[in-house]
Design a protein around this ligand. Structure first.
Ligand code: BMA
Length: 338
């Protein structure tokens, strides 16, 4: 496998797809870094998809949209085929966000996981004191509701595992321990953290460190880990900083099923790098930023099957949304490439 395959309709979402529902949303600047979920629980509580009739399941993206005022809002896109999307004409409200301290400025890069029959979204939140992780549930009226706030340490790229391990909720996150010359705080280590209740989180152990001089010097989690019989497949992003301006790429690791802080395999090469114009040119050039994944086929215990198609949604140049396709088998192979 030499990498993910880009969909021929890429980019699958651009700013032209965002409806103008309030004056400040007119002609937005960008839409990128979406979370992705397939969950029929919403249909069961009467939330009807706006997109086409039919019995096939509905995939939803939670979009990061940036206005011309450089404000960040979240919106929902729905699709029955995973490639053509309808953006709903409403903003996603976050219940409880107003009482958080320090005060949120931008709430962005949602990662969506279904766990224990709830849709949970972990977001990054910029505040005047740094970037912190926010845990919310995505309710049937499509509001997010705050359940956990972690201002005790600066961190980004939080992703929740789709099940509890040894009774505890688990997430990967990337503490912001490094300062760039620009003053931006970032990081080169992904950590394993656990929680009893999604509210309080304990950092347990480091999982993955950046490989300086190679493709993944700075790193951060992409979509939530995918359970396979071989281990947790995890797509992450890596930034090569030694070429001048950073190049954001995607790569893949395999983590132990029972102890996800143990790395079983880590691919040597990236599996997606900026090559197309829409990835190389935009608000931030040379960025592919994987953030959502939909796995087509799982068995009754929730393990993804080797032949299952996997769709990876990614932000391209912080400007639009790309779709790249692969299979579980190919991701496993890529994680083992040495
Ligand atoms: C990261 C995050 C992402 C963004 C990426 C490229 O640090 O801020 O939201 O897509 O940089 O600019």
């Amino acid at each position: 496998m030499s990498g993910l395959r880009r969909h021929s309709r890429n980019p699958v979402l651009t700013r032209a797809d965002i409806p103008k529902i309030t004056p400040f949303l007119d002609d937005v600047s960008s839409v990128f870094n979406p979370g992705a979920v397939r969950w029929n629980g919403w249909e069961e509580v009467g939330r009807r998809p706006t997109t086409g009739a039919g019995s096939s399941s509905v995939d939803r993206l939670l979009l990061r949209v940036q206005t011309r005022g450089r404000e960040t809002v979240l919106m929902v896109a729905e699709s029955r085929d995973g490639e053509s999307f309808t953006v709903l004409p409403e903003l996603v409200a976050i219940e409880g966000v107003d009482s958080l301290q320090p005060e949120p400025i931008h709430v962005y890069d949602p990662r969506v996981t279904v766990v224990d029959g709830r849709v949970v979204v972990v977001l990054s939140v910029d505040t005047r004191d740094g970037c912190f992780l926010l845990t919310t549930t995505w309710e049937s009226d499509f509001r997010l509701r705050v359940v956990g706030w972690s201002p005790e340490r600066a961190s980004r790229n939080g992703v929740l595992f789709p099940e509890r391990i040894a009774e505890r909720y688990c997430r990967l996150e990337r503490p912001n321990e490094k300062s760039l010359g620009s003053g931006v705080r970032t990081g080169d280590e992904i950590w394993f953290a656990t929680s009893d209740d999604l509210v309080g989180w304990t950092l347990e152990r480091p999982v993955l460190a950046g490989r300086w001089h190679y493709w993944d010097e700075l790193i951060g989690s992409g979509p939530p880990p995918i359970k396979t019989h071989d281990g947790w497949l995890h797509v992450y992003h890596g930034v090569a900083t030694h070429l001048g301006s950073g190049i954001y790429q995607a790569g893949v690791v395999l983590l132990d099923l029972e102890d996800p802080s143990r790395v079983l395999a880590r691919g040597r090469n990236n599996i997606l790098e900026p090559r197309e114009l829409y990835e190389m040119v935009g608000q931030v050039p040379n960025v592919v930023f994987p953030s959502g994944a939909i796995v087509e086929t799982t068995d009754e215990d929730g393990f993804a099957l080797p032949d299952s198609p996997v769709r990876i949604y990614y932000g391209a140049a912080d400007t639009c949304v790309g779709l790249a396709e692969t299979t579980i088998r190919e991701l496993l192979e890529a994680s083992r490439l040495q």
